[in-house]
Design a protein around this ligand. Structure first.
Ligand SMILES: *Cc1c(COP(=O)(O)O)cnc(C)c1O
Length: 469
């Protein structure tokens, strides 16, 4: 499989190239040149298979030139063996023809574990076979940092440094990062805001000496491998609910468009998906885009579902490229317009194609709380605020004639205050995290100064001398 850039300039690469680069050199995102297709018979044979078996079959065509079946099976086993639930992502009924696909049984209780557990393994494998090492550097406002750390801890070829704003993340979020003991994990509490953390990380990435000496890399949400890992659970859920004989629909709490784009790919690969419901909170750029055909950036609002408080949905670029028939000129024109005036228009012919599969809804905080309360009273299930936004969108714009799967993107115990306010019930942490507040923490507090952070990183990376990309 060759991977091409959505901006049309960077040379094409194989899987490992896309994995290690993240962003393409022309600023675009990597996508496979063609979507692998599964026939109805091939899908039928996957019915009843385990998560790991489906994962290996679905991902094989994307990676097979670089990763043998044996290694892929091994990597998948190790990535998903750590999940608390034997099914990895179980389906829980939520009423008539509705299910929650629980994607939050990984080490940090959110769906990002599904991609980051795998990507940590894949990075380690790719780097070890090239006899290279890398330094993963990132900033977090709370959630992604812990999932990235959980995916990279203990990996020989990786060191990971995560900056969080000192005193501005919740105790649970901080402890999920700082109580990890492995010596390749480094937490920096920066004396500043999340924006300061991001600015500092950007400065280090754009300093060529620093970038090269440290072999800096990131595993952010535009990395192709993260999207790929997420395709799997659409297959798992649909096959459990009657596919390929019956189509299934999905409602997806959406921020960066990575999760729901994986659903689009599953559809392109032959999985019968009737409808993809794009669920947003008050940060509803994608809902407005669906209504008007115009993608226009607005101010970011804080909501009860903070992991969706995003205005620029980076992965949308991949959808635009695909519905435009892989025409990079369409993407380049859109991105130039976004840069110069904060918006772009999507041609009507492309909007028709997008609207044929996607519907969108935007949910306020008040509605989110009402949904958490209502679902709890009717079913006894506690939803986290992100999943509740998905549930509301399914109820408002979902078609009734197909089974509807709401993607459960976070465990309720990850957002206990909101859940308690809505239901009166305080959701407790699962057993493997119940002693989180007693564990020993490791982190340094550093001032918001590039030089200081850079020297800290330089003095803590393990030998970087053998590398040459
Ligand atoms: C990241 C995240 C989302 C948004 O996912 P995208 O792939 O960015 O659309 C939704 N819910 C939770 C809990 C998340 O952590």
């Amino acid at each position: 499989m060759r991977y091409i850039s959505t901006r049309g300039v960077a040379p094409d690469v194989r899987f490992t190239g896309a994995l290690l680069a993240g962003l393409a050199s022309d600023g675009g995102l990597y996508v496979p040149r063609v979507w692998p297709r599964f026939s109805s018979d091939q899908l039928q044979r996957l019915v009843g298979c385990s998560y790991a078996e489906v994962a290996t079959t679905v991902m094989r065509p994307f990676v097979h030139e670089d990763i043998s079946d044996e290694v892929l099976r091994d990597v998948v086993q190790r990535a998903y063996g750590v999940f608390e639930h034997p099914d990895v992502a179980p389906l829980r009924p939520l009423g008539e023809n509705r299910w929650c696909l629980e994607l939050f049984h990984g080490p940090t209780l959110a769906f990002k574990d599904i991609a980051l557990q795998l990507i940590g393994q894949l990075f380690d494998h790719a780097l070890q076979s090239r006899k290279q090492r890398t330094t993963i550097l990132g900033a977090t406002s709370g959630d992604t940092g812990s999932a990235a750390i959980a995916g990279c801890r203990g990996r020989d070829a990786l060191d990971i440094f995560i900056l969080h704003p000192h005193g501005r993340v919740s105790a649970v979020q901080r402890r999920q990062m700082t109580t990890v003991q492995d010596r390749n994990v480094h937490n920096i509490a920066l004396q500043g805001t999340f924006d300061d953390c991001q600015r500092l990380v950007k400065a280090l990435f754009s300093d060529p000496a620093c970038r090269n000496d440290l072999q800096l890399s990131s595993i952010n949400s535009i990395n192709w491998a993260r999207v790929m890992a997420q395709i799997v659970y659409y297959f798992v859920a649909a096959l459990a609910l009657g596919a390929p004989r019956t189509p299934v629909s999905f409602a997806v709490p959406t921020g960066n468009f990575g999760n729901i784009f994986a659903g689009y790919i599953a559809h392109q690969m032959g999985l019968p998906i009737a409808q993809l419901v794009l669920a947003t909170n008050k940060n509803n750029i994608l809902k407005r885009m669906m209504d008007t055909g115009e993608y226009r950036v607005a101010a970011v609002h804080s909501t009860l579902s903070p992991s969706m408080d995003i205005q620029v949905a980076s992965n949308f670029e991949r959808l635009l490229f695909d519905v435009a028939g892989q025409d990079a000129t369409v993407v380049n024109a859109a991105m130039a317009s976004l840069q110069s005036c904060g918006s772009f228009r999507i041609p009507n012919s492309l909007m028709r194609e997008i609207r044929a599969l996607f519907s969108a809804h935007s949910t306020t905080d008040a509605q989110t709380t009402a949904v958490i309360c209502d679902v709890y009273q009717r079913t006894g299930v506690l939803l986290d605020p992100h999943t509740a936004v998905g549930f509301d969108a399914a109820a408002q714009v979902g078609h009734d004639d197909t089974p509807m799967v709401i993607l459960g993107t976070a465990h309720p115990a990850k957002f206990p205050q909101s859940v308690q306010e809505a239901t009166g019930v305080f959701p407790s942490l699962p057993a493997h995290l119940s002693d989180l507040h007693q564990r020993e923490e490791h982190y340094v507090v550093l001032p918001d100064e590039v030089g200081v952070v850079e020297s800290f990183i330089r003095s803590h990376v393990r030998g970087c001398d053998t590398i040459q990309v």
